[in-house]
Design a protein around this ligand. Structure first.
Ligand SMILES: [Zn+2]
Length: 372
């Protein structure tokens, strides 16, 4: 999906392009600016300062230095004030800390089918680009032709950049991160692999027949050996817990977005749920929870999990030492509506399973009436 990047036109990216044009060679290699930004991020981390507070502080710095530069008529100070970034996105970009490994898919607002961005744009013979329509057919073997019609929903909307240039952008976007990429980052963290092995010493510490954590549970024990091959009994293999839930992303308003995230069960309980040890696999766009199922959002995750079950080669150190790692989902932890949707079933309030079930019921009713 690297080809999708050319369609990204967020305000921040445009801002980024503008800065590069105007101040090339003055922003990225300014040691004093890097020192200032690094100190602010370190200060934020140590004293748990909110992101918004950092932005307000840095904007104040910018205005203050500009005012002083104008009073003193110091061109150097004015140039320095100019290259101070104003958003957290730009601060992280300037420091090279940005690690956005999310793959973006366009989502059909109606049926929630995923498309790569390039598949959503259609070129007319005159060169004009227009949005493609959703080609998903929910019931391809429906007996009636009208039931086999594609969804037909328009996928892209026209937006305008700051310069007034129109461009097409998906109406809804699904962000997905490969578990393999997230695991690659985690295993190079100090002590991560050591922490994942600590559960093996638990049996000596616990009294017999005491269930203290998932490690004493039936599923964990069953996955020690799978088909005669060691899985959890061997190192470098992870048991994952899948979690799905919907959250309200803003303080005010009623919209909600879904988050698919994974927990590495090998870690001790006190480490397992720390934000830095969680894997955010997908962010389901809002503003409302999908009514029927989330199968389309789970598809990239399933593809990734198949690779992880077979085994993937990852770097265990930053210097290139490689080993094979495997992973499998052992548990699903979510509320009732989310667990139904994760399992590929319809929602818990559904009265009919599928249109096929509805058809079978009608046929049975027809024959029972004929027999009478
Ligand atoms: Zn559709």
């Amino acid at each position: 999906m690297d080809d999708t990047q050319c369609f990204e036109y967020s305000d921040e990216i445009e801002e980024d392009e503008g800065i590069c044009d105007e101040r090339q060679g003055t922003g990225d290699d300014c040691t004093e600016l890097r020192a200032l930004l690094l100190f602010l991020l370190l200060w934020q981390s140590v004293f748990k300062v909110a992101d918004r507070a950092i932005i307000v502080l840095i904007k104040f710095f910018k205005i203050f230095l500009t005012s002083i530069g104008k009073i003193l008529q110091a061109e150097t100070l004015l140039n320095f004030a100019k290259i101070i970034p104003e958003t957290l996105y730009m601060i992280e970009k300037k420091l090279g800390l940005q690690k956005d490994s999310f793959i973006k898919y366009a989502v059909c607002p109606k049926c929630k089918t995923l498309y790569s961005f390039d598949k959503c744009i259609r070129r007319k013979p005159n060169g004009e680009t227009v949005s493609a329509k959703c080609s998903h057919v929910s019931f391809p073997r429906h007996p009636r032709q009208t039931g086999r019609r594609p969804c037909g929903t328009v996928l892209m909307k026209t937006m305008r950049s700051r310069t007034g240039k129109p461009f097409l952008y998906p109406k809804q976007v699904y962000c997905f991160q490969k578990i393999t990429d997230a695991l690659q980052d985690l295993i190079t963290n100090p002590n991560f692999l050591e922490n994942c092995e600590k559960w093996r010493d638990r049996s000596a510490q616990l009294p017999e027949n005491v269930l203290g954590d998932c490690f004493e549970g039936k599923v964990w024990q069953e996955f020690q050996y799978v088909d005669g091959e060691p899985f959890l009994a061997a190192s470098n293999n992870f048991g994952l817990m899948l979690n799905v839930d919907w959250f309200q992303p803003t303080l005010h308003g009623s919209g909600s977005i879904g988050v698919i995230y994974l927990v590495i069960m090998n870690l001790p309980r006190e480490e397992r749920f720390k934000p830095e040890n969680l894997i955010v696999a997908g962010i389901i766009p809002g503003p409302k929870e999908p009514k029927l199922h989330i199968n389309s959002f789970l598809q990239p995750l399933v593809d990734d999990l198949i690779d992880l079950w077979d085994g993937v080669i990852l770097n265990t150190t930053r210097f290139g030492c490689q080993q094979m790692f495997r992973a499998a989902i052992l548990a699903l932890s979510s509320d009732i509506p989310a667990s139904r949707k994760c399992g590929g079933f319809v929602g818990h309030t559904a009265k009919k399973g599928t249109w096929k079930a509805y058809l079978i019921i009608n046929v049975m009713l027809f024959f029972s009436c004929r027999l009478k």
